[in-house]
Design a protein around this ligand. Structure first.
Ligand code: DX5
Ligand code: ZN
Length: 230
């Protein structure tokens, strides 16, 4: 199980200390939400912030581009030290080229799908990705409530992974706390982005360990458990 605290819920006057806190808490990755004010109605960070984070941490930087024109951002984020770049399925016919470009930059390839989008639209891309981000809130803001109707999408993504013998991670993003992490793990998720619950916790080490333990236990008993990884 991968636990990825989301920087969006950290204290913005001290990114260095916050990323150190996540690392000390034994998080696996740091999730970094990039919002452009067009694809989503909010703004967040740019490559400059990622570059500073890179100099402060060995955590993998899982960069989620909620951006209308990721074409102009892939190289700057690679240069800044991102490890993964995720683009959105909703960009339509540009998706294939974007995934190829991320791969050619030597980075892990992520694809995200918004709540209203039909999960079958990911099918043409499944053999090209390392990570499928199933959004469990509408993107743009932290602290929103988990959308339970996304659980069948996770189950479907896990079923395709088994059937096609692929190895992409199934990441859930939005409204993930201890309860919803368990539901997602049962459905087949193995990678948990969590902002408010983890950065908002006074004891982040305990929170990260608890989420990892509960998710692992749920995966063993869940429908998606057989194919999921540690
Ligand atoms: C939402 C972002 C999420 C966000 C999750 O647009 O993609 O990564 O940080 O935050 P919480 O865990 O607070 O819902
Ligand atoms: Zn995100």
């Amino acid at each position: 199980m991968i636990i990825a605290p989301s920087l969006l819920a950290s204290k913005y006057d001290r990114f260095g200390q916050e990323v150190a806190r996540a690392e000390r808490a034994r998080a696996d990755w740091l999730h970094v939400d990039i919002m452009d004010g067009h694809f989503v109605p909010n703004l967040s960070f740019g490559p400059g912030v990622v570059k500073r984070l890179r100099s402060r941490t060995r955590l993998r930087l899982d960069v989620h581009l909620m951006c209308l024109r990721p074409e102009i951002l892939l190289e700057p984020f690679q240069q800044a030290g991102a490890d993964h770049l995720t683009v959105h399925l909703e960009l339509g016919e540009r998706v294939g080229g974007l995934l190829w470009k991320i791969r050619s930059l030597g980075l892990k390839v992520g694809l995200a799908i918004n709540p209203p989008t039909d999960v079958r639209n990911v099918l043409p891309f499944l053999d090209q990705i390392d990570l499928l981000n199933v959004m469990t809130v509408n993107p743009g803001f932290g602290g929103q409530a988990f959308i339970h109707e996304m659980l069948p999408k996770i189950q479907q993504a896990a079923a395709w992974r088994r059937e096609k013998q692929l190895a992409y991670r199934i990441e859930v993003d939005g409204g993930i706390n201890f309860d919803t992490a368990v539901e997602c793990a049962r459905a087949g998720a193995d990678t948990f982005v969590s902002g408010t619950c983890l950065f908002g916790s006074r004891q982040m080490t305990r929170a990260v360990a608890t989420m990892r333990r509960l998710a692992a236990k749920a995966a063993k008993g869940g429908a998606g458990g057989r194919g999921s990884r540690a």
